[in-house]
Design a protein around this ligand. Structure first.
Ligand code: ZN
Length: 133
């Protein structure tokens, strides 16, 4: 089913196929595209309204499932944000790994989040290897 985007004045966005909910603040600060990229990954992987029910149950009962789904979504978000800002994807790993390791009910450590993000982004063959140190 076609993606249906909803904008609400809430703290965090979410997806429940066919709906993708984007928080108003993400638009206010100019991050709608990257936020939408994140939620669109969830929307795609949920596939349908009925599969979204299973997806949500898995999401809230399995740390491993939640971690996998969020790493993929964060990877997409990171690439869109880096492209928009004209910066290397390397600049975003720490910030997003901190979010992954602190905002999802203890699903991973910072080191696990960062390593998984780097792996996800590099697996897509994008310019993540431009290490800037
Ligand atoms: Zn997510």
């Amino acid at each position: 089913m076609k993606l249906r985007k909803i904008i609400l004045d809430i703290d965090r966005g979410f997806s429940f196929h066919p709906f993708v909910v984007i928080p108003k603040w993400a638009i206010t600060i100019g991050n709608e595209a990257s936020y939408l990229a994140h939620e669109t990954v969830h929307w795609q992987r949920q596939k349908s309204f009925f599969r979204a029910i299973v997806w949500v149950i898995m999401y809230f009962t399995s740390k491993k499932f939640r971690f996998t789904e969020e790493v993929i979504a964060y990877g997409a978000q990171l690439k869109v944000q880096a492209a928009k800002d004209g910066l290397s994807v390397d600049r975003y790993y720490d910030h997003l790994a901190l979010s992954l390791s602190s905002e999802y009910w203890g699903m991973c450590t910072f080191a696990e989040a960062r390593a998984a993000l780097v792996f996800d982004v590099q697996a897509d063959g994008l310019p993540a290897k431009k290490v800037t140190k």
